[in-house]
Design a protein around this ligand. Structure first.
Ligand SMILES: Nc1nc2c(c(=O)[nH]1)N=C([C@H](O)[C@H](O)COP(=O)(O)OP(=O)(O)OP(=O)(O)O)CN2
Ligand SMILES: [Zn+2]
Length: 149
């Protein structure tokens, strides 16, 4: 059987701040993130099956990633919870979409977070091959399953 990689691309708008960072990104600012999810698997060989010829139906992958990643992240603020907690909780009461996370919200840490989440949600016969996240047009981080056995 032949293994094939399939990729679906997504976008979301999110703001963040890099707490204690030694530059402008220590301030709250936003990005138009571009996310690419790649799965590895064998195309189904089952004549007559609605999913014949597919590793995973792109529309099923879209629903999954939108529900668990894109929709919660879109138009939200992600902040490291080592930052002033009380003030952030107050802010959260004013603005609902706030993620207090136990990591610095860099592109690197976000791909780790996204990969960990998606691995648990995929059907067993499919492997999450890679996650690529663009923070700007010129900067991205990638997670590869092969680098993290
Ligand atoms: N290794 C990382 N370095 C930086 C990250 C990161 O996630 N990983 N993030 C930032 C900031 O969030 C910042 O918004 C991006 O930094 P910078 O490249 O300086 O931003 P620009 O808008 O100048 O990006 P261009 O692509 O060059 O237009 C900082 N570093
Ligand atoms: Zn940034």
């Amino acid at each position: 059987m032949t293994k094939i990689r399939v990729t679906k691309q997504f976008g979301f708008e999110m703001s963040h701040a890099l707490t204690n960072y030694d530059g402008l990104c220590s301030n709250i600012h936003g990005h138009s993130y571009k996310l690419q999810i790649t799965l590895l698997g064998e195309p189904l060989e089952s004549a007559g099956d609605p999913k014949d010829g597919m590793v995973m139906d792109f529309s099923v992958l879209k629903k999954l990633v939108k529900k668990y990643i894109v929709e919660p992240f879109d138009h939200s603020l992600m902040i490291n919870d080592i930052a002033a907690h009380e003030k952030l909780t107050e802010l959260g009461e004013l603005y609902r979409r706030q993620h207090l996370v136990n990591f610095q919200p860099t592109t690197e840490n976000m791909v780790i977070f996204i990969a960990d989440k998606l691995k648990k949600l995929l059907p067993e016969h499919l492997e999450l091959f890679s996650v690529r996240l663009y923070e700007t047009n010129n900067s991205f981080a990638e997670w590869f399953a092969s680098d993290n056995p």
